[in-house]
Design a protein around this ligand. Structure first.
Ligand code: ADP
Ligand code: MG
Length: 249
């Protein structure tokens, strides 16, 4: 029981007549790299939104470290360490890479832009450490909207790290990246788990990435969990082969 970190119990989300997530019961273990896979429209993003609090569940429960959080607002879940990556492109496009990470640190501590200049002194080391971690130190003073797509995704990760997450939910973290960017991002994500003790729950459409990094894989199909296990177990599941992988993994 002790190592069950995050758990959903028959969590369900309906949008009108559509049941996007259908009674999904799942456990995420501390320190795991856990992938949620499934075709487009399977309910992956909706499932993440139920965990982070961006959607209210129609039925079912979300538990974190044994406590129910089903109805907590998103910011309270974030304060508990459940964080999803932010969409930098839509939040602070005019700030530099450095300032964006600083803003993430401030926002998490309930501070606003007017603290920016004093915060700079206070958080300087932490911002540089994060920029080094995500490989953006050499672009610290470039504006956030002029860096490459792959670097934006890494900046999103950097901002997210400023919120001191315990479990990080990454919805297609390598979407739109080149194969090289994808590989370095996945290596970085693995290092977060191995060196910082984070837990990662992620979705990804590239099966080579999923099978290369995930230690546990859960498969959604039309909102329903159809498989859950090690990569080996999932790869060999007849149901998964039939409805999803089709022999490609
Ligand atoms: P995935 O991330 O696996 O591609 P989603 O969770 O985005 O799937 O979507 C699951 C289903 O729920 C889809 O049919 C989608 O159209 C629907 N859906 C997602 N978000 C909403 C919403 N806010 N309102 C209505 N329908 C939605
Ligand atoms: Mg999605």
């Amino acid at each position: 029981m002790v190592d069950i970190f995050l758990q959903t119990q028959k969590i369900t989300k309906e949008f009108g007549k559509l049941r996007a997530v259908n009674e999904v019961s799942l456990e995420v273990k501390k320190g795991d790299i856990h992938a949620i896979i499934g075709p487009n429209g399977a309910g992956k993003s909706t499932y993440f939104n139920l965990i982070t609090g961006y959607h209210q569940a129609t039925a079912g429960k979300v538990l974190y470290k044994g406590k129910e959080i089903t109805h907590l607002p998103a910011y309270r879940r974030c304060n508990k360490g459940i964080t999803r990556s932010f969409q930098i492109t839509s939040i602070y496009p005019k700030l530099s890479v450095y300032e964006s990470v600083l803003m993430g640190l401030l926002a998490h501590r309930g501070m606003t832009l007017k603290f920016l200049s004093s915060a700079h002194k206070f958080f300087k080391e932490e911002v540089w450490r994060i920029l080094e971690d995500v490989g953006l130190a050499n672009q610290a003073h470039v504006s956030g909207d002029s860096i490459s797509h792959g670097d934006k995704k890494r900046l999103e990760l950097g901002i997210t790290l400023g919120t001191e997450p315990e479990i990080l939910l990454l919805d297609e973290p390598t979407c739109g990246m080149s194969p090289e960017e994808t590989e370095s991002t996945m290596i970085f994500i693995r290092s977060l788990v191995e060196e910082k003790g984070l837990t990662i729950l992620f979705t990804e459409h590239d099966m080579s990435v999923v099978f290369g990094i995930a230690r546990r894989i859960s498969v959604l199909h039309q909102g329903t969990l159809i498989a859950d296990g090690t990569p080996h177990e999932v790869r060999n599941s007849e149901e998964v082969q039939r409805v999803y992988l089709g022999g490609t993994a």
